[in-house]
Design a protein around this ligand. Sequence first.
Ligand code: TYM
Length: 346
Amino acid sequence: MTDSAAAALREAPHVDRPRVLSGMQPTDALHLGNYLGALRQWVERQDERDALFCVVDLHALTVPEAVDPATLRHRSRAVAALYFACGLDPERNVVFLQSHVPEHAECSWILTCTTPLGWLYRMTQFKAKSEGRDSVGAGLLTYPVLQAADILLYDADEVPVGEDQVQHVELTRDIAMRFNHLFGDTFVLPRAVVPAAGARIMGLDDPTEKMSKSIMVERPGHGIGLLDPPDVLKKTIMSAVTDSQREFRFEHASPGVRNLLTILASLVGESHETISERFGGRGYGDLKKAVLEAVSETVTPIRERFEALMDDPVELDRILERGAAAARERASATLQRVKAAVGVGG
Ligand code: TYM
């Protein structure tokens, strides 16, 4: 095979039906940012993709407050149930818990050995999460290597994520290229796929901060939880930060107003311009009411389906076991390739 043919194969080997891998942390209930940035695009393209989605419970161990074992076990299943409640079909996708597939941790160790420390210190999430702490676990630094293993084990072409994860997917590419260079072609090179709208939803109480699960725990009013009951949704959205102008004008819209506009535009599938025209000259109360209506229409059926799924834990576990078995079959084949390349396990 020529070099360019080999490169083409590494870049996009699954031409007809791209292979997809993505995941979420089970740190707490998911929010609207997780839905608009990632989950919705997983669901929308499930017919065109050969996709695997995991709940990354091993990654959750890097955050010390999440280590209560019973809570973590519960949240991992709850996040899987939320995937299904949002519309992921377990018949068309492989859905599993990361810790059920031990190949992730094994592959992660091998990749840790070929990843320069400097690459990891540069990650903005590491900097943000370690800032101001006296001591951080080594796992917080090597976190993106485990994420690389999640992706590379499945020869994923595409990784559908929100904007904040793009740096980790680019690092995964670098890790794969370095490994291929050192040990010969082993990994497919993945790329991040970010939605056109909703890739970065900001906090409602402070639109300079990204909507985040950890802040939601401390500050009610920061985020819109997918499982929030109607009264909480109303309170959060109606008290969202806007600005001191009385009425909506697109050209002068503050970050808080733009964030509301983005949420509404993404949920109803219209452009910022169309929405701006509709609300031009009207008060912010009208805009917030429209956001509340669109959010409620989206999350109410999700919450109902979620509750039904959590009512049948045996069935949920059965689906996850089946997912883990299907994932292991693929992951173990890749890991064998990796081990053979570096000379262990034979
Ligand atoms: P996590 O659990 O923080 O977030 C899950 C997904 O939600 C997206 N997201 C957002 N999108 C828009 N606006 C927001 N405010 C917002 N907040 C979060 C994230 O970009 C992500 O797509 N490291 C990952 C989990 C992970 C992973 C993987 C992802 C582990 N292994 C392999 C992809 C592939 C994380 O902590 O995501």
